[in-house]
Design a protein around this ligand. Structure first.
Ligand code: BGC
Length: 429
């Protein structure tokens, strides 16, 4: 049934989607010797302390239904390494039961006839159409079929600040770019690293999401969503790169290649003042026993209040083995369960992917995340994150990664980076 045609199509996709910014070899293909009938093998990139704790909630839920959880973790924030392994698993006809996936990657796999599983039977039974925000359904559904179950909504325009370090600079939460720079300067004077950052393309791009949004919601939409060449190549983009250069000056010398959770740890321990990162960073603070408001402060990147750049982790199943089908429907049902969505997201740092989950169990950052999402959704200021695959398909995302990272590492000045962005996106579109 799985024809040569499908394998060829999958190989072609693997080439197209291949991340030009990474040189990693695909991991070795995993070949199970014998497979227990009720095993759920889940491929994901949740390997940090906070992520693993959240994953445990899902694992327990699935196991309570009588399935055996087979973990397939692929380290690497943002998921590029995980997607490389997934492609090699699928193209060799050995797909896992399900995999964590983001935005346009879901659509790319769904387009290939016979590649992904169909969660529609469970979705109809549980009325997902009426509880999942429409912005997520854009990615969860393809040709009217539910091809993915969204487990959360994260967003990238956040800053996580060590409270003591902020207090030492006077305690004023920055609400404008100039105030932010003032706080960073204050932290430098206090002899701590102002900005904890890991020099990896996806992390540089995560800050870029927020910096572009801080120059105006219309500018974010025109440049990152509509890929309008004038917005991409105009004076505001030069200013975005100038701001990136300013932020670069507050990063320590050892930033290159550092994992995002190690950067979070620097803020948690007070070695650094702040981190600009999606709200999965909150899970690291909570996992270290830190409390929002008391030990750390969460703010929207100055100038972005009222808008949200979101990404949603979804689970996609694969249409490979008939014996996987029950487990796949059960996993979909677990992921979409209302009380599960609360307990999972309380730990993960994200907010629920359903509109009918109470915020009562969430801390103040979580409550703000839920409120911001719902307000952005109703006021039309909810935008897909470019860094996390929700603004444009992989080739364009990778073009942005390449330029933003090259600039952050001194290869281009601000004007050159702007030009390079226009050229790279035009070639990738
Ligand atoms: C995912 C998060 C994850 C983060 C860091 C993001 O792309 O959406 O769930 O925690 O990457 O790995």
């Amino acid at each position: 049934m799985k024809s040569q045609h499908l394998i060829l199509a999958l190989s072609a996709l693997a080439l197209v989607a291949c991340d030009s910014s990474t040189t990693e070899e695909p991991a070795e293909v995993f070949v199970p010797q014998s497979e227990p009938a009720k095993t759920v093998e889940v491929l994901h990139w949740w390997t940090s302390g906070g992520e693993a704790e959240a994953l445990e909630v899902l694992k327990s839920d699935v196991e309570s239904k009588g399935f055996v959880w087979q973990d397939m973790p692929i380290a690497g924030g943002g998921g590029d390494a995980a997607m490389t392994v997934l492609r090699s698993r699928i193209t060799s006809g050995n797909a896992p039961t399900a995999a964590q996936m983001l935005g346009f990657d879901i659509r790319d796999w769904a387009k290939i006839d016979g590649a992904v599983g169909d969660l529609t039977p469970t979705a109809l039974k549980e009325d997902w159409d009426n509880v999942v925000p429409v912005a997520l359904q854009e990615f969860s559904k393809y040709n009217e079929k539910w091809v993915a179950a969204p487990v959360n909504v994260h967003s990238t325009n956040w800053i996580w600040i060590n409270k003591e370090a902020l207090d030492a600079t006077g305690g004023k939460v920055p609400t404008t770019w100039n105030e932010l720079v003032k706080v960073l300067d204050g932290m430098k004077e206090d002899n701590i690293i102002p900005l904890a950052h890991g020099g990896q393309a996806w992390q540089d791009a995560t800050i870029f999401d927020a910096v572009v949004l801080s120059l105006g919601k219309d500018f974010y939409k025109a440049s990152m969503i509509d890929l309008n060449p004038e917005a991409l190549g105009g004076p505001k983009m030069v200013e975005a790169f100038r701001r990136m250069s300013v932020l670069r000056s507050y990063v320590d010398d050892d930033f290159s290649g550092r994992d995002w959770n190690l950067a979070s740890a620097m803020v948690i321990e007070g070695k650094a003042g702040m981190q600009m990162m999606g709200d999965w960073a909150k899970a690291e603070f909570l996992n270290a026993g830190k409390q929002p408001g008391q030990d750390f402060v969460c703010i929207r990147f100055p100038g972005t209040e009222g808008s949200v750049t979101f990404n949603s982790d979804q689970f996609v199943t694969f249409d490979i083995r008939e014996s996987d089908k029950d487990a796949q429907q059960a996993l979909g049902s677990s992921v979409m369960n209302r009380s599960f969505q609360s307990s999972f997201n309380v730990i993960k740092g994200s907010v629920p992917a359903r509109i009918d989950v109470s915020d009562s169990d969430f801390d103040d950052c979580g409550k703000k995340g839920i409120k911001d999402l719902s307000e952005a959704n109703s006021s039309g200021t909810l935008y897909g994150s470019m860094a996390h695959g929700h603004a444009a398909p992989a080739p364009v995302k990778n073009a942005v990664y390449d330029v933003v990272t090259s600039h952050f590492n001194g290869k281009y000045n601000d004007a050159e980076a702007t030009q390079a962005l226009v050229t790279a996106i035009a070639a990738a579109k």
